[in-house]
Design a protein around this ligand. Sequence first.
Ligand SMILES: NC(=O)c1ccc[n+]([C@@H]2O[C@H](COP(=O)([O-])OP(=O)(O)OC[C@H]3O[C@@H](n4cnc5c(N)ncnc54)[C@H](OP(=O)(O)O)[C@@H]3O)[C@@H](O)[C@H]2O)c1
Length: 264
Amino acid sequence: MKRGSDRQGPAESGAAKRVALVQGASRGIGLALVSELLAQGVYSRVYATCREPERAFELAELARSNHALEIMTLDVTAETTLEAAAQTVQSGSGRVDLLINCAGVLHDTTGIQPEKRLADVAAGAMTRAFQVNALGALLVAREFEALLKRGTDARFAAISARVGSIGDNRKGGWYAYRASKAALNMLIRTLAIEWARLPRPVSCFALHPGTVQTDLSLPFRKHLPEGQAVPAEQAAKRLLGTLHGLAPAQSGGFFAYDGTVIEW
Ligand SMILES: NC(=O)c1ccc[n+]([C@@H]2O[C@H](COP(=O)([O-])OP(=O)(O)OC[C@H]3O[C@@H](n4cnc5c(N)ncnc54)[C@H](OP(=O)(O)O)[C@@H]3O)[C@@H](O)[C@H]2O)c1
């Protein structure tokens, strides 16, 4: 969407209605966040974005029974889809109060696997991790900035990961994922400083969801203690609880699902 745009949208001309958007909602934590946001009923419009809506069957099922839900195409590596999605929200709601950037990649069908050792590092996989996990969130922030600026107590949350903490890195490995999440944390921190200076500040947070039972964690859950990996529904509830409990003064911080601060 045209950056810096402050055209008045439908939501501002009428009664204030809260609007949420979840980026990366086809499955896993993003899908559970959409489901929980709809169940809570606080948002009159929930936008859910995914790369291929025609293959996001569970999201489509949710949309059939919830008219508050609108599904949009968005691939963080394709900037035209970002612009088109922001334009759709501009025309439909004219604002965003809560935006959760969820998409992330640790392994995928193109052969990306977390590296065990230096010899496993591949330029393509490293680039892809940075593109999706770090740059993706920043481009989403840039494209939806004008809409967030028109939100009330507007919040932008990026789903990060504790393994992106430099201070907490005790096991090594996972070069691309760790480094891309550390980069994401820096981008959020930097963005928080800029957005705190706005006439109507927008808060932003990096959040660790805990270990969650999703496709992303599936290959790595075998040796975890019973109960450590929680269902996505539980993760979504606790993430939203924490996010709503954070104060604007805490903007720019890195928090776990229970609200505790994670060292950088
Ligand atoms: N699960 C955990 O234990 C855990 C722990 C710490 C942090 N996290 C973080 O939590 C977030 C969600 O992870 P998850 O566990 O729910 O993973 P998941 O089930 O593997 O889901 C990943 C999501 O990211 C989307 N995605 C991937 N590349 C994308 C792109 N280029 N553009 C837009 N969307 C894209 C996927 O869409 P498609 O369906 O189109 O592939 C999918 O919706 C990630 O940022 C992850 O790093 C997860």
